[in-house]
Design a protein around this ligand. Structure first.
Ligand SMILES: C[S@@+](CC[C@H](N)C(=O)[O-])C[C@H]1O[C@@H](n2cnc3c(N)ncnc32)[C@H](O)[C@@H]1O
Length: 258
């Protein structure tokens, strides 16, 4: 077999992306572990990242699709192994971004046509104004915005790269819902509607960076939309737990600058 170069060129360890690429290639000898507050557990890669996207069979996935507008280009932010991008690209132009080179490789090997390295928190440098009609971030990675200011800045940037009829769907955890405090790495916050989550991944001796998530209740997301073009059009909770999905739409107005 041809020798393969390390896609990270020896940069920050990427146990999460490496483990997913190994599972895709059927080469994973060990589980991916997720740690928070000294407690660790196996992260279910197959179930989370390789299940197909089946809006005909799942009410939650139908809801997601209904709140995107696939008559225009779509940006998949934190696309993972490409389960949404593979479906969407059959229907519209789809750009899938991931900071992990291992995941970009995984997506390309799985047939994602436009998988690129990219940071969802640095969109305007990468994409022009009005470039997309819709954007999705499935998997609570929006929490990596880290703060209300970070969330506001992200929403403003996302408004810039989506057109005046733009739509977005974001995944979040509501820290006020039952079950939130059971999340691995949950850290409470006395401020209503906010909390933190701190965790990291490890795989085959590689320990990834500590990930600091901010958890926002829907009212905090609404608050962060103030001053941007976005409004929260709909919120859908899972049947159990604190996970919810928010659909954002652009407010109409004379100035669509953010
Ligand atoms: C829970 S996974 C969800 C993957 C995929 N959306 C899915 O539903 O299968 C979260 C993803 O966000 C990605 N991510 C983390 N930080 C990111 C950033 N700054 N920009 C874009 N993606 C990011 C991670 O690499 C990871 O693949």
């Amino acid at each position: 077999m041809a020798e393969e170069s390390d896609p990270t060129n020896g940069a920050t360890p990427d146990p999460f992306g490496r483990a997913i690429l190994d599972v895709h290639r059927d080469e994973a000898a060990e589980p991916l572990l997720q740690f928070g507050d000294g407690y660790g557990r196996e992260h279910p890669i197959e179930r989370f990242y390789f299940s197909g996207f089946e809006p005909d069979d799942s009410a939650g996935e139908a809801w997601l699709l209904e709140h995107l507008d696939i008559d225009g280009p779509v940006l998949d932010m934190g696309a993972g192994a490409g389960r949404h991008a593979r479906y969407l690209q059959e229907r519209t132009e789809t750009v899938a971004v991931e900071p992990s080179e291992h995941l970009v490789r995984t997506m390309r090997e799985r047939g994602v046509d436009d998988a690129r390295r990219g940071d969802m928190f640095a969109l305007p440098g990468r994409f022009g104004r009005d470039r997309f009609r819709s954007a999705l971030a499935v998997g609570t990675q929006v929490g990596l915005a880290g703060s209300m200011d970070g969330l506001r800045a992200f929403l403003g940037d996302l408004a810039h790269v989506t057109d005046p009829a733009g739509r977005a769907v974001l995944d979040c955890y509501d820290p006020e819902r039952e079950g939130a405090t059971e999340l691995l790495g949950f850290r409470g916050d006395p401020t209503p509607g906010l909390a933190h989550r701190v965790m990291h991944f490890a795989y085959e001796g590689d320990v990834g960076p500590t990930l600091y998530f901010r958890l926002f209740a829907p009212d905090r997301l609404r608050e962060a939309c103030t001053g941007t073009r976005w409004t929260v059009a709909d919120v859908r909770y899972d049947e159990e737990g604190s996970h919810y999905r928010a659909a954002l739409e652009k407010r109409s107005g004379p100035d669509d600058s953010g």
